[in-house]
Design a protein around this ligand. Sequence first.
Ligand SMILES: Nc1ncnc2c1ncn2[C@@H]1O[C@H](COP(=O)(O)OP(=O)(O)O)[C@@H](O)[C@H]1O
Ligand SMILES: Nc1ccn([C@@H]2O[C@H](COP(=O)(O)OP(=O)(O)O)[C@@H](O)[C@H]2O)c(=O)n1
Length: 224
Amino acid sequence: MNPVIVAIDGPSGTGKSSTSRAVAAELGLSYLDTGAQYRAITWWMLSNGVDVNDPGAVADAVDKPVIVSGTDPGKPAISVDGLDASGPIRSQEVTAAVSAVSAVPEVRARMVAYQRSTTAAAPGGIVVEGRDIGITVLPTATVKIFLTASAEARAARRSGELNGALSVAETQDALIRRDAADSGRKTSPLAKADDAIEVDTTTLTLEQVVERVVALVEEKRASR
Ligand SMILES: Nc1ncnc2c1ncn2[C@@H]1O[C@H](COP(=O)(O)OP(=O)(O)O)[C@@H](O)[C@H]1O
Ligand SMILES: Nc1ccn([C@@H]2O[C@H](COP(=O)(O)OP(=O)(O)O)[C@@H](O)[C@H]2O)c(=O)n1
């Protein structure tokens, strides 16, 4: 039987990473965080003096960093040129620059190729999370989920993670700006696939979201 491939897309703070890791762990699948890869390439560009607002300069440098993602949901890992990048890719500086870098078509082409080969190399199946997985990266995924939540809930969740470094209102403004950039870009914008199942997580606990997604995957598995 073909391996189970689960695509989870949605805007920031809807619970993609937490849900994807828990679903993968529960179902014994691999896990890939594609947002971490766009953050990693952005971190490399910033660290190497590339002007992230110059798409030509970003495109010229696209093949230089060596990015390696781990696929164990219990131990998410990402390295750039052999260095652990899991801390620095979450900085405010990277968060503010990532939408510009990820809009560059050459960046997307490189990342999408890597994401497809990682998926093909996961014989037991995989959960892949991002913005364009269901439509562009893995259009034949077994199950496609699109997570949503109110802007207020998403900002409160993210602001909680940042330990008050930004207020909830500042976090909400930044999220809304990033959503607009990610949804408005020409190449592979953030969007729900027609055959994706939308789950609004605003009033659900993480456990409830995970339970719902696991049930959807098992339903699909049973009907194949
Ligand atoms: N359903 C939920 N209810 C409350 N908090 C949640 C829920 N899902 C995720 N969270 C929390 O919200 C924050 C953002 O979740 P995350 O999985 O990183 O979202 P995303 O990957 O979509 O940006 C995390 O601190 C996470 O623990
Ligand atoms: N498949 C993907 C995943 C992320 N991204 C970009 O990478 C950024 C960071 O993604 P992320 O999933 O780490 O963001 P959070 O939702 O965790 O804040 C997004 O804002 C997008 O600009 C993308 O373009 N395509």
